[in-house]
Design a protein. Structure first.
Length: 259
């Protein structure tokens, strides 16, 4: 993607790699922080970012296990709390207000971040193709061993049209951690303008999960994509970008005349 630079943001685990676009944008207009899924990387957002215009900064972090971010050896280093800590460092470094956009596991990381750190830096939330309770009918991997999950991850990356993806070991360890997560009770505590987007044909995370999230967050809007599967960004990046821009404007009336 043209015009994208790379920055490294310090965390206790090491420096998180973050791709950044629109560096000349007015800081007062804030930042889109776009968060990948369990296998994805910042590259998953390339086409969406290209359609977001130049009014706001765009930050696309690679959480641990991806790109040039740290790849810890410890199996327990890939929990949602650890990912949320990485995300917190990114959001603290970004010009606010921040619209946080999470896809797939990025939804779980976003929900965990809000539960741990609150929403003071955020002005809006977008949750795409997500679940608050994976591991039941939202099953991203079926294998039982780390090696088998790693092999399954390679095949899944092709199905989801991911151009770059996390290390297989990081994926396997993350899945072992998140598969028993249940964040449904956290939904009612979210007090942000929230847009939930979900594909009607999502075979990785059925639509009922997106509907549950939208019903659980006060005043959340649900946008259903009838012909789409799990990777909405690959399905129609321009539509995805337009939904983000529309939600950002509606969530921040003071910015209406600036965009």
């Amino acid at each position: 993607m043209a015009g994208v630079s790379t920055a490294f943001i310090a965390t206790r685990a090491g420096a998180i790699e973050c791709l950044r676009a629109n560096p000349e944008a007015d800081p007062a207009r804030g930042t889109f922080v776009l968060l990948h899924g369990i296998q994805g990387t910042a590259a998953a957002w390339a086409e969406v970012a290209a359609h977001l215009g130049g009014e706001r900064a765009i930050w696309m972090p690679n959480l641990r296990g991806r790109g040039r971010s740290p790849v810890p050896d410890e199996p327990g280093a890939y929990t949602l709390d650890h990912f949320a800590t990485d995300l917190h460092a990114v959001i603290e470094a970004a010009a606010g207000p921040v619209t946080l956009v999470g896809w797939s596991m990025g939804v779980l990381v976003s929900l965990t971040y809000l539960d741990l750190y609150g929403a003071d830096k955020l002005d809006a939330l977008v949750l795409a193709s997500g679940t608050a309770r994976p591991g039941h009918d939202a099953v991203w991997f079926h294998a039982d061993t780390a090696d088998a999950v790693a092999e399954e991850a390679r095949e899944r990356a092709v199905r989801l049209a991911l151009t770059a993806y996390a290390t297989p070991t990081a994926v396997a360890r993350a899945w072992a951690s998140v598969r028993a997560t249940d964040l449904r009770e956290a939904l009612s505590r979210i007090a942000l303008p929230t847009l939930v987007m979900h594909g009607e044909q999502d075979d990785q995370c059925p639509l009922a999960h997106g509907s549950l999230i939208a019903a659980g967050i006060p005043d959340a809007a649900l946008e259903i994509w009838p012909a789409a599967g799990h990777n909405l960004m690959a399905h129609d990046p321009e539509r995805f970008a337009q939904s983000l821009l529309r939600h950002s404007v509606l969530s921040s009336p003071g910015r209406m005349n600036a965009i």
